[in-house]
Structure formats: C-alpha cells, structure tokens
Design a protein. Structure first.
Length: 473
C-alpha cells in the first residue's frame, strides 16, 4: 500500500477548518453511534441488497446521505471484545479482553457464577482503560448509552461508571425481546444475583418494569434523551441494539409485514423473524434520525452506523459474498457494514475503499470534538480518518490490522496488510489470501508466497509483544 505523507497534519487541518466553520453557531458536532448486533453483511439496502431496501430504508439514509466504508473491520468476531475495541480505540487484547465475556445464564445454580461476588461480578472492561465517553465527557459532552452494554455486570463496570452520564438498557449480551415473566423478576433469586442482573432493563442503576418490545423501548429511550438536549451543548449517544441477535422474536405487526413483503419465506422460519426484527430496528433508527431533525441537530451531528461483528449462523443472517460468519477469522466474521453521515465534511454518496477499523472511530471523533487523540495516556491503536472521509480518493494509508482470539478455528491469529491476509490457527494449516483478487477467500496462496506469509507472521509476533494473556477463557 502507498504511504500517505502528511496525512496526520491534513486531517488536523480539516478538523480545525470544520470547527472554525461551525463553531460560532453550532459548536462541536454531536455524535450518534448506531450499532446492530449480529446482522448479516448483505442484509442492508446500502450493501447492494435490493430486496432489503424496504427493510432498512432509514439505515440506508445514513449511507446515501453520507459515505459507505466498503472494507470496515471490527477488533473481534464476537460481541463483547468487539465492543471493548470500539469503545476504547485500543486492541482489546492489550488489556485481556480477548474472549467473549462469559455469562451465568446457564450456570445460575453454581454460586461461583451466580451469587454476589461470583465470577460475573469480577470480570469486565479493564478499569484502567478509558472509553470514548470518558474522553468526550472531558470535552464537555453529555453522554448516553442506550441498549446493550456487555462490558461487565457489576456496578463498577457498568456504563454509568465508564463515562456515560445516562444508561438505559441491558448490562449483559442478550435478553428476550418480549417481557420476562415472574420467574425472571425475582421469585427464584434475590435481585442482586447474576441471573437477574443479566437480563434486567436498567435506567442508570434502577431496574425497570417488564413491558413492551425491547427494540421499541430502546428507540423510545433514545428519542426521549435527544429531546432533552439543548442547542449548543454537544452530546454523544451510543444506541446499541440487541437486534437481530437471538432469540428470534418478532412483534406481530412487523412479522405480518415481513410475511406480506417476503411471501417466499417459510412461515415461522428464522429468516422471516429475522426480517421482522431488522425492520423493527430500522424503524427505530428512523425515529432517532427524525428526532435529530426536529430538534435542529441533524446538520451538526455525525451519525455512524455499523455492526458489531459478522452475521451469525444462529439468526439466519446472510454474509454473502463473504466467507464465514461470527466467531470466525474470515471476512464474514470480521468485516462489517459501516456508513457515516457527517454534514459539512462527507459528500453524499461516497465510497471509501481503504480498510478501516472500529479502532479508528475514537481518534476520528475525538479530533472532531476538539480533542487531541495523540495526548491520551494509553496510546490509541486507530487512525484519524478525517482526510479519507473528506476525500475517499486520498491515497490509502500503509497499515496492518491484527486479530487474536479463540473461535471455531481454535486459537487464531490474523494479520491484514492490504491486499494480503494471513490466518494462523491451531486447528487448520496456515492460510494466505489476496483480498483484492479473492475477497471471498477461496484460494490459499501460502505456498506461492511464503515470504509474504513470513513477513505477516513476524508482524503478528511483534504486535503480540504488546498484549497480555486473556483475563478469562
């Protein structure tokens, strides 16, 4: 890849120019993240799926009014390490968040897991790490997380302790979309036991009653919070949906819509329910976009839509044309849909071909907010993308992205230096792919290019010198 001389200074000058242009009236930009959970790479209109144009019209608006990152990656192919990377702007393997955060839902009879002070209470996002909410709060932003957290269950790990002024949602990784019954609410265990804490809906530190469809509750809470913001007071909202993660539960109205829109899908099938769940998420994204418009915030708000990892085999999502899925080292597990709307910087309809990472969100948005990404106590691993968002034809930066995790391929280590991707695992022979010629990873070129494989393996080894052992298995 060609190096981009002076890219840091150009990015800084672009951000400064934007701040100068809007600062006198609007102030620093508001920031909204919208995250889907286990959605398929193909399952959006803006990803070229014409059938889904009716399913995701509001999410597609973000793309058509902004830019699509065609080769965007997460830091892990599974939920909670991926979130740890995007929240901190650092490889989660640097602080032991290498594997998915274990849950107690299938271990609730074991006091070591479920009782107060058990494993569930001691694990979470390393307390020495700082989140983007921490950093933006120091710059005067109001911060909120609505939806899924999955970075620790006990109070010291929850969003209110990690930079978010407001939290409405789920501390763990998943729950029913419909209300739980009496067994959940506390008839079997004290409220502080993990079995209950994991599945409860919280507003800040208070458990909320069970009612309604969860996706709609997240949209409503987000809109209510936006409506409480004031002009000139910058805010950061992270709307973290659980949809379309399992369990596959759709409300009756969207399910009826999906049956009419997709008559070829088998009634009662997971794919039909998946479509309805995606529709529910999209409608609530629309509510948020409309709220930004109605409050007069839209022209000074950066909106980023992305997915937490590849689509899962459990929820009938589709990652076509990519190989693999969630919890795997191939593109279908690590590569995600991403769209960014940034009025005043991004020209509508843009396409960015350069590989980018969710690691890049923190330095990019921190700079946009007037912060200095290079002045952080713990160095950030991402880059400021501003120059490429302003001009997607800017020559690509020379960089290597890395992964290390335990997944279906065993213990896996991966390096990507465009166009080459090396996959090393304990269960399979080494694999080397040329993503420019073979984006679906069908042709293993390890024997044809041993020197390239050796260089990438050496780069992985050097990267690993800055990592620690997993904090849990």
């Amino acid at each position: 890849m060609a190096s981009r001389l002076g890219w840091r200074s150009r990015a800084a000058s672009l951000v400064a120019a934007l701040a100068s242009a809007v600062g006198a009236t609007a102030g620093p930009p508001n920031i909204v993240w919208v995250l889907s959970d286990d959605a398929g790479y193909r399952d959006f209109g803006f990803q070229g799926n014409a059938e889904f144009a009716d399913v995701t019209p509001n999410i597609d608006r973000i793309a058509t009014e902004g830019l699509v990152a065609e080769q965007a990656y997460v830091t892990s192919s599974v939920c909670s390490p991926s979130r740890a990377g995007m929240l901190t702007g650092r490889y989660p393997q640097r602080f032991g968040f290498e594997n998915n955060l274990p849950g107690s839902w299938n271990r609730w009879k074991d006091p070591a897991w479920s009782a107060p002070g058990g494993h569930w209470a001691t694990w979470g996002l390393d307390l020495d790490e700082r989140t983007i909410a921490d950093r933006l709060g120091e710059l005067g932003y109001d911060t909120a997380l609505v939806g899924k957290w999955h970075q620790g269950l006990s109070d010291r790990y929850t969003p209110n302790a990690r930079g978010f002024d407001y939290f409405y949602g789920l501390r763990s990784g998943s729950r029913l979309y419909e209300p739980y019954g009496g067994e959940y609410i506390g008839d079997a265990f004290p409220a502080e036991y993990a079995y209950n804490v994991e599945k409860a809906i919280f507003e800040n530190g208070e458990r909320q009653p069970e009612h309604g469809y969860f996706t709609d509750r997240l949209g409503e809470a987000s809109v209510d919070w936006i409506e409480g913001r004031q002009p000139g007071e910058p805010f950061f909202l992270f709307l973290s949906f659980t949809a379309p993660h399992t369990p596959m539960q759709a409300d009756d109205a969207r399910l009826a819509w999906a049956r009419e829109r997709f008559p070829d899908l088998k009634p009662g099938s997971s794919r039909l329910r998946y479509v309805a769940m995606m529709k529910a998420m999209d409608e609530n994204v629309g509510r948020v976009l409309d709220a930004l418009e109605e409050k007069g915030f839209a022209d000074n708000t950066i909106v980023v839509f992305f997915n937490d990892n590849g689509g899962s085999i459990k929820n009938a999502s589709e990652n076509t044309p990519l190989r693999g899925h969630k919890w795997g080292p191939f593109e279908g597990g690590l590569r995600i849909p991403m769209a960014i709307r940034w009025p005043g910087l991004i020209e509508p309809g843009g396409r960015l071909a350069m590989p980018v990472s969710t690691l890049d969100l923190t330095p990019t948005l921190l700079a946009a907010a007037g912060g200095d990404p290079s002045a952080t106590r713990l160095p950030l691993d991402g880059i400021d993308m501003t120059a490429w968002l302003d001009d997607p034809d800017t020559p690509a930066m020379d960089r290597t992205l890395f992964w290390r995790e335990a997944n279906r391929q065993g213990r896996v280590r991966v390096a990507l230096h465009q166009p080459w991707k090396l996959v090393l695992s304990t269960k399979n022979p080494p694999m080397l792919f040329d993503l420019s010629a073979d984006p679906v990873e069908t042709n293993n070129l390890i024997d044809a290019h041993p020197s390239i494989a050796a260089e990438l393996e050496a780069a992985i080894a050097e990267w690993e010198t800055g990592l620690v052992d997993p904090a849990w298995n």
